[in-house]
Design a protein around this ligand. Structure first.
Ligand SMILES: Cc1cc2nc3c(=O)[nH]c(=O)nc-3n(C[C@H](O)[C@H](O)[C@H](O)COP(=O)(O)O)c2cc1C
Length: 356
């Protein structure tokens, strides 16, 4: 196994066995949906159906990028893909750089299409690699291998700053992202990996032909902590501790990006830990919610276990919709105007509004 394969294995092992959650909240705790004692909704008829980038989905959920590149990654991806297929959800694979540099790891990604030919599927590469020799040919190869419906380019400056082998030249990336987005046959989306995206950057990305953004905000998995646990030297370990909780929280990043870009396909991930968090994110304007870490352990075991975790999330989401009188996602989004934020996650954009 090469260096990248070893790194992927470390990431999964650490994420499974150590405390890697940030020691701060996503901001959703401060958001309160208004309870409706008379919901005027038949629970059995609540619909979670939606479309994302013109693709129909049974529920507004993305299984977020996690892995590939190792035998264990192949099994995880297979279980996640089968669960996505069974529940009609979207999925993204983990970074495919390993597949480009070590072609023998390809099947850990292509397995996803073998078991789930019809799911809405996204590829994943680090945007910074565009500054380290990754050209359009390689990007095409990554999306072609899994017949991806779109490509996530991830932005992970904190992670790269802590990794001993990190790639930290982020100069001039916007133009390169623009060039990739202009040349690919599928939409390019941008995601963070747990530190959030601010609205100025979101706007600049949209001007560069980016078709969607996953804010992947702070409050969930801490990549600083994961890299800190891999670090051998005291300086990097300390760096990881100092920046363990760095970032824009998920609720704030979502609200600010939605206010600036009302029509942008927007995904909320980073610390979505139950269906109530999901309901709040959707009410605040997310088109989809993304889940990574809560599915990881189940995905090391079986497809059935992944489905069980997802079903619980979906049940909780439906109960939140029931209790707010929302029979559909469109109704849930209407909740925004009736929300009370005790401690407003984004005071300029999310006024405190009382029930009508
Ligand atoms: C084990 C693990 C591996 C991940 N690998 C990737 C990756 O390869 N590419 C990427 O863009 N994000 C990756 N992520 C980040 C997630 O996609 C997501 O943005 C982040 O973990 C926040 O979601 P969460 O709090 O639900 O975990 C990974 C997350 C985990 C937990």
């Amino acid at each position: 196994m090469g260096d990248i394969g070893k790194r992927k294995e470390d990431h999964i092992h650490i994420a499974l066995t150590k405390q890697v959650a940030m020691n701060r909240t996503t901001g959703f705790d401060d958001v309160e949906l208004i309870h409706r004692a008379l919901p005027e909704v038949d629970f059995a008829r609540i619909s979670l159906e939606t479309t994302f980038l013109s693709h129909p989905l049974s529920a507004p959920v993305l299984i977020s990028s996690m892995t590939g590149g190792t035998d264990q990654g192949r099994e995880i991806n297979r279980h996640l893909a089968e669960a996505a297929r069974e529940r009609g959800l979207a999925m993204a694979v983990g970074s495919q750089r390993v597949m480009l540099e070590q072609p023998w790891t390809r099947s850990s990604f292509t397995v996803v299409r073998e078991v789930a030919p019809e799911i809405v599927l996204f590829g994943n590469l680090g945007a910074v690699q565009l500054n380290y020799g990754m050209g359009i040919h390689a990007v095409r190869e990554a999306i072609g291998a899994i017949r991806a419906d779109g490509l996530f380019l991830h932005l992970n400056p904190l992670q790269e700053a802590i990794q001993p082998e990190g790639n930290t030249d982020f100069l001039g990336l916007l133009d390169k992202i623009h060039a990739v987005a202009a040349q690919l046959p599928v939409p390019v989306l941008i995601k963070e990996v747990g530190c959030g995206i601010d609205p100025d950057i979101a706007e600049a990305l949209v001007r560069c032909n980016v078709q969607g953004i996953d804010v992947s905000g702070a409050g969930g998995t801490s990549w600083a902590q994961i890299e800190g646990m891999r670090a051998q030297d005291a300086s990097r370990q300390r760096l990881a501790t100092v920046f363990a909780n760095w970032g824009i929280n998920t609720a704030r990043s979502l609200v600010l990006c939605r206010a600036r870009l009302p029509k942008l396909p927007l995904i909320a991930s980073g610390g979505i830990r139950n269906g109530l968090d999901a309901a709040k994110a959707l009410a605040l304007g997310a088109d989809l919610i993304g889940i990574a870490h809560p599915l990881l352990e189940a995905a090391t075991h079986s497809t059935e276990e992944v489905i069980a975790v997802l079903d619980q999330f979906l049940l909780e989401l439906k109960v939140a919709m029931f209790l707010t009188g929302a029979g559909s996602l469109a109704d849930l989004r209407d909740q925004r105007r009736r929300m009370v934020a005790d401690h407003d996650p984004a005071p300029d954009h999310m006024g405190i509004i009382s029930p009508d």
